[in-house]
Design a protein around this ligand. Structure first.
Ligand SMILES: NC(=O)c1ccc[n+]([C@@H]2O[C@H](COP(=O)([O-])OP(=O)(O)OC[C@H]3O[C@@H](n4cnc5c(N)ncnc54)[C@H](O)[C@@H]3O)[C@@H](O)[C@H]2O)c1
Length: 311
């Protein structure tokens, strides 16, 4: 199969690696030159981790996989290559307006039979499908981070998605060694409908001074078997993505538990994005040994604490 992927950030690189290491040809593009420049190295590293996890005894596994990846510096060249692909997968920022603008510009340039996949973690596929002009061929394929290590993929059809699109997608994902499952087209689908309010509640309890980062994660790890706990997961997902996902889900549902806590907004403002920026709920100066941070400066106990944040 041939896949065109737009967005080479955290999840884009995950999907590019998964497609490439299961023998599919991948064309990719990102509007950010830095993200594009890092993509091949990131994919090589991800393929190496996947080989280790899958016990693949081939020292050249990663090198062979990246041969299937074609990185385009130029959007027009990418779109030319995308025309001969079976699937166009978008993995750009979690921003409905932006996604619709990009899809409205790009999808009409593709042949009518190209299937559209979105890796959105919470947005409505009906709106994206209409924006791209091919709602019957549009479907969410929400992969989990890191894609080559986490098999699950939420498959979310929209109101107009055809049964053929669902079946094609399910089969294609199985061939890519993923574990697809059907999920409802509601804000957050299945996984994030349950996970996001829990993660945001954890930050609310932290800013109330009720829980510390390390205790919170040890608790979830040792009691519920969550490998990363909740704060480390925030750091991998990144605080800007959590902020976007929470806001989009709040706007779509009006559920106050989805509204991002002030601490998340302050961390994004302060550049504390998580593992990739070196600082989030943990200090990642030594990525192999992240240290839980003392975030007592974010505790909101009084009205003055709130107004201080506005200065
Ligand atoms: N981070 C996670 O754990 C996670 C998990 C599941 C799903 N998702 C979803 O995956 C998508 C991407 O998230 P991410 O974490 O990879 O974000 P990211 O910020 O790491 O990457 C997004 C990339 O999109 C690129 N981009 C933005 N606008 C663009 C445009 N107009 N044209 C081309 N490229 C553009 C950016 O330059 C960036 O490199 C979002 O929809 C997010 O909700 C994220």
């Amino acid at each position: 199969m041939k896949v065109a992927i737009i967005g080479t950030g955290i999840m884009g690189c995950g999907w590019i690696t998964q497609c490439a290491m299961t023998g599919n040809e991948v064309q990719c593009y990102d509007s950010n030159a830095d993200a594009l420049a890092k993509a091949e190295k990131t994919c090589l590293k991800l393929a190496g981790s996947a080989a280790k996890r899958l016990k693949i005894d081939d020292p050249e596994f990663g090198e062979k996989a990246v041969k299937n990846i074609h990185i385009h510096q130029n959007k027009d060249a990418f779109m030319d290559a995308a025309k001969s692909c079976d699937v166009f997968l978008e993995v750009i920022f979690e921003d409905l307006k932006l996604k619709c603008k990009v899809l409205g510009e790009l999808l009409p340039q593709l042949p009518e039979n190209v299937i559209f996949w979105s890796n959105t973690s919470s947005l409505n596929i009906d709106i994206m499908g209409e924006a791209g002009g091919r709602p019957e061929l549009s479907i969410v394929t929400h992969g989990m981070n890191p894609v080559p290590l986490m098999p699950g993929v939420e498959v979310v059809p929209g109101a107009k998605t055809t049964a053929e699109t669902v079946e094609f997608t399910r089969k294609a994902l199985l061939e890519m060694k993923k574990a697809p499952f059907l999920a409802p087209n509601i804000p957050g689908f299945w996984v994030n409908r349950l996970l996001v309010p829990q993660m945001l509640d954890a930050v609310r309890l932290l800013e109330q001074g009720k829980i510390q980062v390390e205790d919170g994660d040890i608790g979830l790890n040792t009691s519920l078997g969550h490998p990363q706990g909740t704060f480390k997961l925030h750091d991998f997902v990144t605080t800007p993505t959590m902020l976007r996902v929470g806001l989009e889900m709040y706007q779509a549902s009006n559920d106050p538990r989805m509204y991002p806590p002030l601490t998340l907004m302050r961390m994004v403002k302060n550049g504390e994005y998580g593992a990739s920026s070196g600082k989030g709920f943990y200090d990642w100066s030594d990525p192999r040994n992240p240290k839980a941070r003392d975030l007592s400066q974010y505790v909101i106990g009084t009205a003055e604490d709130m107004t201080d944040t506005l200065k």
